[in-house]
Design a protein around this ligand. Structure first.
Ligand SMILES: [Zn+2]
Ligand SMILES: [Zn+2]
Length: 181
């Protein structure tokens, strides 16, 4: 099944194809990156963050209006929050095939370091593939090198490989195969 990656107009430019290639190397699924036309909502001025659940609801609404059935991953530059957590790198809603990833804390600049495009593309790909994994029913994995490991810090994210562990990879291929029928 074709997976659509919606690139927000303010998300880092010039990384689209690098991210697409990397996510494809993890999932093996056909992907397409397109300019996002999804209107964001859920901005909290005090926290300077967007509510990840409200963004997923926006994607859900978009899919319903267009009759879109393919899984959608939205890439945005803004920091994301969720009830009970200071921030999230991303979030997925499996029941509607909608996921979102924020590049805010994936950029070296956030930590006062020089921007490095290949670092940033790799991190967006890891988090993007992680959320797409959830859309296909995958849960969190205890293997710290697996894409489905839930990182709490940039260090933990960087420790992950651009790959599923064998068990998660098998689960993904099974679930994707069922979906394609
Ligand atoms: Zn997760
Ligand atoms: Zn795993």
């Amino acid at each position: 099944m074709l997976i659509k990656i919606f690139w927000d107009q303010n998300a880092p430019r010039g990384l689209e194809s690098a991210v697409e290639r990397r996510i494809h190397s993890i999932l093996g699924s056909p992907l397409e990156v397109v300019e996002s036309c999804i209107l964001l909502s859920g901005y909290d001025r005090e926290r300077d963050q967007y509510d990840a659940q409200k963004i997923l609801s926006r994607i859900q609404l978009y899919k319903r209006q267009r009759g879109a059935t393919e899984p959608i991953l939205l890439v945005i530059p803004h920091d994301l929050s969720m009830k009970g957590q200071d921030f999230v790198f991303g979030l997925a809603r499996e029941s509607v095939g909608a996921a979102v990833v924020s590049t805010a804390r994936l950029d070296n600049g956030y930590y006062g370091r020089a921007r490095e495009d290949s670092d940033l593309a790799g991190r967006i790909a890891k988090e993007g593939a992680h959320e797409i994994g959830h859309l296909f029913g995958l849960e969190h994995c205890a293997d710290p090198e697996c894409v489905m490991f839930p990182p709490r810090t940039l260090g933990e994210l960087d420790r992950k490989k651009l790959a599923f562990c064998p068990a998660c990879g098998k689960r993904f291929r099974l679930s994707e195969g069922v979906d394609a029928l």
